[in-house]
Design a protein around this ligand. Structure first.
Ligand code: NCD
Length: 331
């Protein structure tokens, strides 16, 4: 190594990057909603509320100045990727976005997931990862030195979506205990449904599952609900539940998870939430959807004050700001 007698650039004795808050998420991978309990959820939601107030007042701050997040998406995304990027930038941090199609990264040259992660951790303080295989994000986390946040692993989990879903329910309806919540659509393949269902097991709620027979909630989840004594019912008709639910959580039929396209065609137009359907819903209730929608909710419903899906989108940014700041020890 060359040793020129140069004046020092940095006064390192005066510089540090200590965690401000050692909460239970500090430096933790966020892989599943199983890592959360009511107490830690309240922590994140309180912080998310603070984030929303900060954004509404001044737009951004420098809480995560000096931190870099890599966002790596092996599957399409609009909201999850954009909201993580927006979250990081509104907190004054930087982003390495590998979201414009993995085809432009070395993954298209055959690089393994593990090598890609080990590469990105050399540049970043945390990694957000979406991948089509169940369990792949957990596997990547085993090899990564920096925390990895699961942004969806195939039909497995989507923990940060469930956090923002729950935050939205609480914000819209005041509390979660005592609510009757219906999930509609592709309950078999919808990872947002899986994560939200698991989270809701910590609350005193009644659950209704509405889907065609082939797309019912996975049996292991249903058994867990029954073991916990949750009031659950299944049906294949929205009409059976619309009149007495507080939350109608609508999801897309997950075309990309079908091996036989004929099976998808058979169920793709299975239901649509229209103003006529909404006419039978309670006055105080909300319609939610993780989005994208592909025909499950008619555009005319958007004007209904009970349509909460775009407010839900914005909440996603606030919740991800809270989570990123917590993982990096700054909230
Ligand atoms: C969901 C997903 O990717 O699982 N989208 C999202 O993250 N908001 C839902 C979906 O794709 O249907």
């Amino acid at each position: 190594m060359m040793n020129l007698d140069l004046p020092k650039l940095f006064d390192l004795d005066k510089m540090s990057r200590e965690p401000k808050f050692k909460n239970s998420f500090y430096q933790q991978d966020i892989l599943s909603v199983d890592q959360f309990n009511r107490e830690s959820l309240s922590y994140i939601f309180t912080r998310a509320q603070e984030m929303s107030e900060m954004v509404n007042k001044v737009g951004s701050c420098d809480l995560l100045h000096g931190y870099t997040l890599a966002c790596v998406f092996y599957e399409p995304s609009t909201r999850t990727s954009a909201s993580f990027i927006a979250a990081m930038e509104r907190l004054g941090g930087n982003v390495i976005p590998i979201t414009q199609g993995i085809k432009y990264s070395s993954v298209s040259k055959g690089e393994s997931l593990v090598d890609t992660m080990i590469t990105l951790e050399q540049y970043s303080d945390a990694i957000v990862l979406r991948h089509p295989e169940i369990g792949s994000v957990a596997k990547a986390a085993k090899y990564s030195r920096v925390p990895i946040i699961n942004a969806g692993d195939g039909a497995g989990e989507h923990p940060t979506q469930a956090l923002l879903d729950l935050f939205t329910i609480r914000k819209e309806l005041g509390s979660i205990d005592g609510l009757r919540i219906a999930m509609v659509g592709d309950l078999r393949n919808g990872r947002t449904v899986h994560s939200l269902t698991k989270l809701l097991m910590s609350y005193d709620v009644s659950l209704r599952f509405v889907s065609p027979d082939t797309l019912r909630l996975p049996l292991n989840l249903m058994n867990d609900l029954i073991d916990k004594g949750v009031d659950v019912r299944e049906t294949d008709k929205v009409e059976d539940v619309i009149g007495d639910v507080d939350v109608l959580y609508v999801t897309r039929i997950q075309k990309e998870r079908f091996t036989d396209l004929a099976d998808y065609e058979a169920v793709k137009d299975y239901f649509e939430i229209t103003p006529e359907v909404m006419a039978n819903a309670k006055e105080k209730m909300v319609v939610m959807h993780p989005l994208p929608r592909v025909g499950e909710i008619h555009y005319k419903v958007d004007k209904d004050p009970r349509a909460a899906y775009f407010r839900q989108v914005q909440n996603g940014m606030f919740v991800r700001m809270a989570l990123l700041a917590a993982v990096l020890g700054q909230a």
